[in-house]
Write a protein that binds this ligand. Structure first.
Ligand SMILES: O=C(CO)COP(=O)(O)O
Length: 270
């Protein structure tokens, strides 16, 4: 993360928890309550380091009620959305509905959806447009599989993936996006990319945005790293210049562990 002279951050760090298909609506409330209490007890400054959770759709109403009722400074969002706003699309969820539930964020193009639901660039462009139409910030996910990493082509592969996914957007729109670099081989495997790997890719993605869109877009865009992030490795990864946050899977299901990731500034590993 880039730190200013007065010790602030150039871009507000974002620590986001992707619960995936875990936590029913009762478990979700308990987890969020524990997380909020832990962070409030620790006097976490939510303006300085932003916290967001991305629960299953069925938890969102409960999360909204808890966040509003207890005035929790935690943001939340969904793990996917439809590219359409309404109509005969059985099983789909509209960005309009997510906005009405107070969502701030929505994941777009997570590698599990790209792989398991064959989501390609054109569909993802539509989903990004749908999110933006309803004032949701898309967290656009990119990252290479193991064979690409082994071939040494990971940077060009991931930059190309981002280029395809962001097609049709203006520089102003890109400036407000969040992009998560999640190498597929590091997701849920315990195999974490090194901090140098995370920095190399995030720097390349920012450079691409500067070239393709504008330097303002590159400066505004927040880049997250995701893949086996835990409290033990978060501070080192977040210490990298071009990494503005983390997208956490498994470790976000444990309130104490996730709170320690949020509080990375207090756990800097020498
Ligand atoms: O896919 C991820 C977050 O979106 C990462 O998952 P893990 O943190 O469980 O590796």
């Amino acid at each position: 993360m880039t730190v200013t002279k007065d010790g602030g951050y150039v871009r507000t760090p974002l620590i986001a928890g992707n619960w995936k298909m875990n936590m029913d609506h009762v478990q979700g409330i308990t987890l969020l309550q524990k997380l909020a209490w832990t962070l409030q007890d620790a006097k976490h400054d939510f303006e300085r380091v932003e916290v967001a959770v991305l629960p299953p759709f069925t938890d969102l109403r409960g999360v909204q009620t808890l966040v509003n009722g207890d005035k929790l400074p935690v943001r939340y969002g969904a793990q996917d959305l439809s590219e359409h706003d309404s109509g005969a699309y059985t099983g789909e969820i509209s960005g309009q509905f997510l906005a009405k539930l107070g969502c701030s964020y929505v994941l777009v193009g997570h590698s599990e959806r790209r792989a398991l639901h064959s989501e390609g660039a054109e569909l993802l462009q539509g989903k990004i447009q749908a999110a933006l139409r309803h004032g949701l910030v898309p967290i656009v996910c990119v990252g290479e599989p193991l064979e690409v990493r082994r071939s040494g082509e990971h940077v060009s592969y991931t930059v190309d993936q981002l280029r395809e996914t962001l097609k049709g957007l203006s520089a102003e729109q890109v400036a407000g996006l969040v992009v998560a670099y999640e190498p597929v081989w590091a997701i849920g495997t315990g195999e974490v990319a090194s901090e140098q790997d995370a920095q190399e890719m995030c720097a390349a993605l920012r450079e691409f945005v500067a070239q393709e869109f504008s330097s303002e877009a590159a400066e505004g865009l927040r880049l997250l790293y995701g893949g086996s992030v835990k409290a033990a490795n978060a501070a080192t990864i977040l210490g990298q210049t071009d990494v503005d946050g983390v997208l956490v899977g498994g470790a976000s299901l444990d309130a104490a562990e996730f709170a320690n990731i949020v509080r990375f500034e207090h756990h800097v590993v020498a």
